[in-house]
Design a protein around this ligand. Structure first.
Ligand code: ADP
Ligand code: MG
Length: 297
């Protein structure tokens, strides 16, 4: 049916065809209830303040309505954001503003700011962050993940161990398909700490299944302390590693971080830590054992 350009007459609120002041008064008394029914919680909660401000600014009715709607939209957006951040399961709050680029000169700030636009997420590309422990890989993953959430993408953060633990369990319990589907769902899946422990070949194969399922559908942001040339050892089988890398790196941005651990730097600054002569900068930092195997880029 063709749409008519004629304006439909404004409907009268029930019983208000010939509105008496008393009728309007009744509506005002029911205003809270109506705002509740319409789920306009922010307007309901802030009504007095919003109306006072509208009056102070001498807004006309249309402007005042827009003012109220803007308050509701802002509040709903805030709620959506905090819900999405919770669902993403970030291990801590880190932001790009909080990242000291001067401390890590091997990182090109322009590249990270470009990644922060999330065009790569829109395109379904992947990002691989490589570097030794403590150089800010997880910090950047969380910060970029938060940027993606802020832009409305669904994000899930997990560690390689947690992810594979879940997939292995799924295989044992006959729920693998469900778990693969769950990890395939978010537009951006962040997989932290690949390579800290070598994987069983069976786990490598499960990882491959997930990566191929997400291939060209959704983005993966993955971090590892091992250069990709060593992923054969991580996955325990060269052919599996090659198949994973083939898909992961096809449309990807690789950021390699070289340099000192930030934690170590802080410790050194405060005089708590003195580097051992010729020692590796990763050994036993913050009570953590060195990565296995203790190789650094
Ligand atoms: P990685 O994941 O590479 O092991 P993290 O991201 O966990 O390192 O960094 C260790 C700690 O140091 C975190 O608290 C992180 O926020 C902080 N950090 C690392 N690099 C920087 C940096 N360049 N600027 C600010 N904080 C940093
Ligand atoms: Mg980390």
């Amino acid at each position: 049916m063709a749409r008519t350009s004629q304006q439909t007459p404004a409907p009268s609120p029930a019983g208000l065809v010939a509105a008496e002041p008393a009728d309007i008064q009744r509506l005002v008394e029911d205003l809270d209830g109506m705002l509740n029914r319409l789920r306009l919680g922010a307007i309901r909660e802030q009504l007095d303040g919003l109306l006072e401000e509208a009056a102070r600014r001498q807004l006309n009715l249309r402007e005042a309505l827009a003012w109220l709607c803007a308050a509701e939209v802002a509040s709903k957006e805030q709620r959506r954001l905090s819900m999405a951040m919770t669902i993403a399961h970030f291990p801590f709050v880190r932001t790009l503003e909080g990242f000291e680029f001067e401390a890590q000169p091997s990182i090109d700030p322009g590249k990270i700011r470009d990644l922060a636009t999330c065009r790569w997420v829109a395109n379904g590309d992947n990002v691989v962050l490589l570097g030794p422990p403590g150089v800010g890989k997880t910090h950047l993953e969380v910060a970029l993940g938060r940027e993606a959430v802020a832009r409305g993408y669904t994000v899930q953060f997990t560690t390689a161990m947690e992810l594979l633990g879940s997939l292995v369990k799924g295989q044992q319990q006959g729920t693998l398909e469900m778990r693969l589907a769950q990890y395939a769902k978010p537009k951006l899946l962040i997989i932290d700490e690949l390579g800290y422990l070598p994987l069983e070949p069976a786990a490598g194969h499960l990882f491959f299944q997930l990566i191929s399922r997400r291939y060209e559908q959704g983005s993966v942001l993955i971090s590892s302390n091992r250069p990709v040339e060593e992923w054969d050892e991580v996955f325990g089988a060269q052919v599996v590693a090659a198949a994973i890398l083939d898909r992961l790196l096809h449309h990807s941005h690789v950021v390699t971080i070289r340099g000192d651990s930030y934690r170590l730097r802080e410790k050194r600054r405060s005089g708590l830590f003195r580097p051992q002569a010729g020692g590796s900068s990763s050994a036993g930092i913050g009570g953590l054992p060195p990565p296995t195997p203790a190789k650094e880029v």
